[in-house]
Write a protein that binds this ligand. Sequence first.
Ligand SMILES: Nc1nc2c(ncn2[C@@H]2O[C@H](COP(=O)(O)OP(=O)(O)O)[C@@H](O)[C@H]2O)c(=O)[nH]1
Ligand SMILES: Nc1ncnc2c1ncn2[C@@H]1O[C@H](COP(=O)(O)OP(=O)(O)O)[C@@H](O)[C@H]1O
Length: 385
Amino acid sequence: MGEAAAFFVDHLVNGQHTNGFGEDRDTTVQIGDRSYVIDGSHEGNPLFLGVQIHDKTTNKWSIPTVLGTGPKPCKGYSAIVLKQGRILVIKKGSASDDSIWFLEVDSPFVREQRKLLGREVVAWSKGVRGNAEKPIVISGPSGVGKGTLITMLMKEFPSMFGFSVSHTTRSPRCMEKNGVHYHFTDKTVMEKEINDGKFLEFASVHGNLYGTSIESVEVVTDSGKRCILDIDVQGARSVKASSLDAVFIFVCPPSMKELEDRLRARGTETEEQIQKRLRNAEAEIKAGKSSGIFEHILYNDNLEECYKNLKNLLGINDDAPVNGVEVEGINLPKEHTVTKKEDKIMIQETGEATKNDMIVLDLSSINGGAPGRTRGIVLDTVKSS
Ligand SMILES: Nc1nc2c(ncn2[C@@H]2O[C@H](COP(=O)(O)OP(=O)(O)O)[C@@H](O)[C@H]2O)c(=O)[nH]1
Ligand SMILES: Nc1ncnc2c1ncn2[C@@H]1O[C@H](COP(=O)(O)OP(=O)(O)O)[C@@H](O)[C@H]1O
């Protein structure tokens, strides 16, 4: 069965439900036997939109786990059911960079998370105009020179690349700054956030927990830069399996002896930690070369040469354009009607201030999705003749 056939809009109303939320800011969307009520607060927190589900067959209300960062509440919303278990939520009277949101209630991601967490799940994704270049995943054993190569790239092309700042439970080294090199965090806090679905991937590496939050990748991409992730092979495997379409690069040392010398010369680890990293390095190099995850293997013998090879494979030359798409803002009217025709959503202003211009939201080339961002949205104003 095609996924789209399972969903249809029964009605699209504001404030017509009986669950006791009682706010006229609520919006109800019905899909099959279920009503999704998008409410002005999340678990009593007025800063987040809440979601409740009413099942007609059992006449029961439930509060799902909400993954991803959702929109902040505003005066009102329009909602419309899309295919693949997504609800398009349009914030009324807001700027285009904050007006288009997707609530996934039965998308492939949500179904997988529902199975994984064993409970009802919905997930938010923010609609973003334009597309972004593929993120770059760089892996390799400790001491091979990943950090050095990434620093060189970001220094030479500061407006082109941004670093995804990982979370880790390891202690900071003396030159490392919280929020710049890592988000240094407590294990229980990080485990809770992983359980809340805030991480794209995570892994236990050299006895500590490391992970990439969805937000850390999206913050870089939102700024129009190409995101670089320095993560281990397990993390790269998880990213490869996720919806994030990335370029995967593995960095190898010229020899184990050279790797050991570099680790010692760096002087950031104790002897015990160096031994642990060297033991793990053999397995990492084997996995990196044979797992089929990495489409590029770089040998970091001579640093300048390796850096040149890295730039070549990323297709960078000196006059490469800055990434990101500049788009002019469009404000969505406070009072409007929404109609849907295939992949196009027509937003028509209503009320006294009507200028008769219609805003057309084209969803035909959207990509990505919850949790995080749905990109590739085209938003245009169509003047009335
Ligand atoms: N899976 C995963 N691995 C990470 C992440 N951040 C860093 N790592 C990896 O953890 C390992 C240890 O990193 P670190 O403690 O900074 O030591 P270094 O590699 O010797 O500089 C390296 O292989 C990193 O690539 C992350 O967010 N996720
Ligand atoms: N090609 C190279 N030749 C010699 N030393 C290198 C080379 N690349 C990196 N280094 C040095 O090796 C050490 C480890 O590099 P680093 O970038 O911290 O590795 P990683 O981030 O992979 O753990 C650093 O002291 C760095 O200056």
